[in-house]
Design a protein around this ligand. Structure first.
Ligand SMILES: Cc1cc2nc3c(=O)[nH]c(=O)nc-3n(C[C@H](O)[C@H](O)[C@H](O)COP(=O)(O)OP(=O)(O)OC[C@H]3O[C@@H](n4cnc5c(N)ncnc54)[C@H](O)[C@@H]3O)c2cc1C
Length: 300
């Protein structure tokens, strides 16, 4: 992997995806009125790019959950976008979760990103909620009993931090697919090779659904470092060399972040990947720039 920005840019000259790429965007539910206005501005800017779907994350507490439900339903009602609602097993019985799912189905929301979730006071010792779904695979089965949802699940190219082993983690991913998931979306990563070898291992284990790479748009490197540590995502030295100290110069940082994300997509596209899920962090600019470079233009 090169560490040189000019080299990264010149390699883009050869990047010319023959067919339109498939994209999706991830948002998180806003915590205040100002954040809500900002999210809706982002949604309106990104809507003409016609993503396959947009997903909205789900928190652990009651109020954050209401914000997810409201955001998902508003996307369904007020935009042309297809919303996917994240749902977790945390702090709820199976019946409570099934009821949320039924409400979504009745509101026309038919795509769920089914996750185990993390307990808020997370200390590495996950315990299933009494009367709840234990793991994401159980949630996938339960959701399929409620209605014929389209279901996406999470995958971890660098292995989930609590996994018994990388092999077991892939076995459990297969359980989620066998239970009815039709797509996996990965945790963000920066080494394209890590994703590609993970993808090969999944194929070897008989997982044939798309494993869509989750592409992080880094708009705050200090925060990103903390989050990567929690998720077990390795930050390669060339990325640190490019981004360290750049939070003081947001214009420079954003340009570098765009190059990093585009370069990742270019390498993955060369390996045949045509679906990309962008972690937007509710900001439109990086997503717009990257999609533009990837040949994705607003459509009427
Ligand atoms: C694309 C994406 C979106 C996300 N969105 C959200 C969100 O909106 N809200 C949120 O709170 N979190 C979210 N997360 C984080 C996720 O909830 C955490 O990473 C969580 O710790 C694991 O969730 P999972 O669905 O991967 O769990 P699972 O697939 O259930 O796996 C969890 C762990 O248990 C192991 N395991 C799985 N099944 C079994 C079994 N039967 N027996 C023993 N061990 C098992 C796995 O190896 C893994 O280590 C997201 C993650 C990703 C990648």
């Amino acid at each position: 992997m090169t560490t040189n920005k000019t080299a990264l840019l010149s390699r883009l000259e050869n990047f010319n995806p023959s067919n339109r790429l498939h994209i999706s965007f991830e948002f998180f539910p806003p915590k205040s009125e100002a954040m809500e206005a900002s999210l809706w501005n982002t949604i309106k800017i990104l809507e003409p790019l016609k993503p396959d779907f947009v997903s909205v994350t789900y928190g652990a507490g009651g109020t954050t959950r209401d914000r997810t439900h409201n955001t998902v339903k508003r996307i369904k009602e007020e935009t042309t976008l297809i919303p996917a609602a994240h749902l977790t097993c945390v702090n709820a019985t199976t019946e409570e979760i099934n009821q949320v799912a039924r409400d979504y189905w009745d509101a026309g929301v038919k795509h769920i990103v089914a996750l185990r979730g993390d307990v808020p006071e997370h200390n590495g010792n996950y315990k299933p909620y009494p009367g709840g779904y234990a793991y994401a695979s159980d949630l996938v089965s339960g959701l399929k009993d409620v209605a014929d949802f389209e279901i996406s699940v999470a995958a971890y190219p660098e292995t989930h931090p609590e996994a018994q082993s990388p092999e077991k983690d892939i076995d459990y991913l297969k359980q989620k697919v066998d239970a009815g998931a039709s797509r996996a979306i990965t945790q963000f990563f920066l080494n394209a090779d890590t994703y590609l070898s993970f993808s090969d291992k999944c194929l070897d284990k008989g997982i044939s659904v798309p494993i869509v790479p989750g592409i992080i748009l880094i708009n705050n490197f200090e925060q990103f470092k903390k989050f990567s540590k929690m998720c077990g995502t390795e930050i390669p030295k060339w990325v640190t060399d490019l981004l360290d100290g750049q939070d003081n110069n947001p214009t420079n940082r954003d340009m570098i972040s765009a190059i990093i994300a585009v370069e990742q997509c270019r390498i993955l596209n060369e390996a045949g990947i045509k679906n990309f899920h962008f972690y937007t962090l509710n900001k439109p600019d990086l997503a717009m720039t990257i999609c533009h470079i990837l040949g994705i233009r607003p459509q009427n």
